[in-house]
Design a protein around this ligand. Structure first.
Ligand SMILES: NC(=O)c1ccc[n+]([C@@H]2O[C@H](COP(=O)([O-])OP(=O)(O)OC[C@H]3O[C@@H](n4cnc5c(N)ncnc54)[C@H](OP(=O)(O)O)[C@@H]3O)[C@@H](O)[C@H]2O)c1
Length: 341
């Protein structure tokens, strides 16, 4: 195999036809998302909905958004909204997404898609019945560097994949990040951070045949630290996540013919290093950096809608459900709460 990188096939996010977006839950990530759209796309954010009309108005004024709704119901019923971005805590995604689907909207749902696979399956069934596009906002999937990785794995150039390593740990205390320590809001390391390594492992190896997990719980009962081995055939993915330390947040894929390493933070636009018998080569960063890369998922969704699709080929809904099933099983093994449901 040559030590060369294929070109990314991800289109310029500025080229996607515009949709009219409504923001449901004007919190931290919604703020970052709206800025990324404004800077790099033609997408139009036309409305925001909050449980408080004052918070909606403040967010709207900050971002130059026309309409501020004092309830999520009013937002999803807004006739000028084509697509709803669900940016509430994970524990709320199920209810918020179902209401947006019932109003006939397309929906981009923040990760984790739901708290459980059961919830995810209900959301997927509702989306398919309503013939709207629903997509998990696993934004890494839509980034240029990940498309390069997808091609390296897909063309067999790494040989037979043996080991996938992926990690995501951050220091998130109850004082600094209260929602992550609340079971009712879908807190815990796995659903908030570990979903990135789990999704990455799924992209490379598919659904695991077997899962072996260990974990430590925080005082509130959410998972604080989790390590799991996901085995597919004879290939192993080792995924680690924690709320209690800033960890390397890197990933790698090792095959019989070579290895690709993704530098920190692997789930954002990141540098790649390819190590093969043909040599060692590094691919630098793409032009759009950090969380501004959130624009790619929005542009991708808008393009799918324009093309008449109701599912993303880069992240089909069955795969989102499969990722939730993997996390359900990990949570069952480490006994998060009494039951994952
Ligand atoms: N893609 C990424 O890089 C990324 C990064 C961070 C988070 N996320 C995901 O995005 C989602 C939101 O995370 P965030 O960090 O933006 O959270 P956040 O800052 O706490 O904002 C969440 C928003 O949801 C609304 N909300 C509805 N019910 C709530 C409740 N019971 N408690 C608290 N807020 C509630 C609130 O808005 P109103 O009360 O005004 O309606 C709040 O502003 C999570 O699913 C998380 O996993 C993704």
């Amino acid at each position: 195999m040559s030590a060369a990188f294929p070109a990314s096939r991800i289109s310029d996010p500025g080229g996607a036809p515009p949709l009219r977006w409504g923001i449901l839950g004007p919190g931290g990530i919604a703020n970052t998302f709206v800025q990324a759209l404004a800077r790099h796309t033609k997408q139009r954010v036309v409305a925001v909905g909050s449980r408080s009309v004052d918070r909606a108005r403040t967010f709207a004024d900050t971002h130059g958004i026309d309409r501020a709704h004092g309830s999520y119901g009013a937002l999803v019923e807004d006739p000028d909204v084509d697509v709803v971005y669900v940016a509430t805590p994970t524990g709320q995604h199920h209810e918020n997404t179902l209401s947006a689907i019932a109003a006939g909207k397309h929906v981009l749902v923040e990760k984790s898609f739901s708290r459980t696979a059961t919830g995810a399956r209900e959301m997927v069934a509702a989306a398919r019945a309503a013939d709207v596009l629903v997509m998990e906002a696993m934004w890494t999937r839509f980034l240029p560097h990940l498309d390069v990785v997808r091609q390296l794995v897909g063309d067999g150039g790494l040989g037979e994949i043996q080991t996938v390593l992926a990690d995501h740990g951050q220091l998130l205390t109850p004082g600094g990040a209260p929602r992550l320590h609340r079971p009712d809001l879908g807190g815990g390391a796995l659903l908030d951070l570990g979903v990135y390594p789990v999704s990455f492992a799924g992209l490379v190896l598919g659904a695991p045949d077997s899962i072996t997990a260990v974990g430590e719980l925080a005082p509130t009962g959410v998972d604080a630290t989790v390590s799991a081995v996901l085995r597919t055939g004879s290939a192993h993915a080792v995924v680690t996540t924690t709320l209690t330390a800033r960890t390397p947040t890197t990933a790698s894929i090792s095959g019989t013919a070579g290895r690709v390493e993704i530098a920190a933070d692997f789930y954002t636009p990141a540098e790649l290093t390819l190590v093969t018998a043909g040599g060692r080569r590094t691919r630098g960063l793409d032009a759009i950096r950090g969380h501004e890369g959130l624009c790619y998922q929005a542009a991708h969704l808008a393009q799918q809608v324009a093309d008449g699709r109701t599912e993303s080929p880069l992240l089909p809904l069955d795969e989102t459900v499969s990722i939730m099933e993997t996390m359900d099983e990990i949570r069952r093994q480490i006994a998060v709460g009494r039951s994952v449901d």
